[in-house]
Design a protein around this ligand. Structure first.
Ligand code: MG
Length: 311
């Protein structure tokens, strides 16, 4: 005799058959909620050496830490400069975008914090949101004004720079340079696996732009629109690649989107809360961690994140 099972809502919505044939839907069939109790969660990053995940609870000005082996959640850092996006550099050190302190920092192995960028040409940054690391050790980050428009996710202030740009921090000199501009609100950014392209979401514009990385590895060609978000459905936040070259994108208000490299929306993960950020992790790098509104979720997937240290 089989026990009656409660109905479960489908978590995958197939919008293009490649979402199914690419085995994007063959993993967990239900979400795991790992934690709830944030005010607005963002910035998950998995630390393979410690089998832990660190993420930001921005309005509460704290960073939390989830332990994969025990499930325990504890405080990692508070105050945290209203940190938003987090990633790891090539040495596995934590890189954090601190909206409240208007800077990008690196947490050293001894626990001290080094400021990587807080100004451009003498003017304070707006409120760094997210960063990614290239194989040459350079840090690329977005600088929208989301953290200075109110006191909710930072500290209300007038912008000094007068634009929302993407910057590169040189690994040798520490020089901070604009690599892309003309954004409404630049947000998540990630390189393609071969680092020939940089993808940047623009939350206010409702699209993702893609740029070719020039041969020097330090500058970008003019960007073009890679894809638009579904009209009136959601807005893009951060982006991660799987090993099939597909882009998984946190779409505020519309779950997690999956795009073919040609820009087609293949399908999505339907979420019970508003998604902010995603990150692959776990020992096999096939566990998708999802911050959504007050909670942290995960989904063990049939696809695997790009096996690079930055994620
Ligand atoms: Mg973001």
């Amino acid at each position: 005799m089989s026990l009656p099972l409660p109905p479960r809502p489908a978590i995958y919505e197939i919008l293009d058959d490649r979402f199914r044939t690419g085995k994007c839907t063959n993993g967990d069939q239900q979400l795991e909620k790992l934690y709830e109790g944030c005010r607005w969660a963002e910035g998950p990053v998995y630390l393979p050496a410690w089998r832990q995940l660190i993420w930001s609870d921005i309005p509460n000005d704290r960073m939390l830490r989830w332990d994969e082996q025990t499930g325990a959640v504890s405080l990692f850092r508070s105050p945290a400069g209203h940190s938003n996006g987090n990633t790891l550099d090539l040495q596995g050190r934590l890189i954090s975008c601190e909206q409240g302190n208007r800077r990008v920092t690196r947490t050293e192995h001894d626990g001290s914090v080094t400021v990587l960028a807080d100004r451009f040409e003498g003017k304070r940054l707006n409120s760094p949101n997210d960063s990614t690391v290239r194989s040459d050790g350079s840090i690329w980050f977005s600088d929208p004004d989301f953290g200075i428009t109110s006191d909710y996710e930072g500290h209300r202030a007038e912008p000094e720079i007068g634009g929302c740009n993407v910057y590169r921090v040189d690994p040798a000199t520490g020089e901070v340079r604009i690599v892309a501009d003309g954004f409404g609100g630049p947000n998540g950014l990630v390189f393609s696996a071969d680092e020939s392209r940089l993808y940047v979401s623009d939350t206010r514009a409702g699209h993702i732009r893609v740029f070719d990385v020039r041969e020097d590895g330090t500058t970008l060609s003019d960007g073009k629109v890679f894809t638009e978000c579904r009209p009136e459905k959601g807005r893009f936040d951060n982006i991660r690649f799987d090993d099939g070259g597909r882009l998984w994108v946190a779409a505020l208000g519309d779950g997690v989107h999956c795009y073919d490299p040609d820009g087609t929306l293949l399908g999505r993960i339907v979420m019970p809360e508003t998604v902010s950020n995603i990150a692959f992790g776990g020992p096999k790098n096939n566990r998708l961690f999802i911050t959504a509104n007050t909670s942290l979720y995960s989904l063990v997937m049939a696809v695997t994140g790009v096996p690079r240290i930055r994620r």
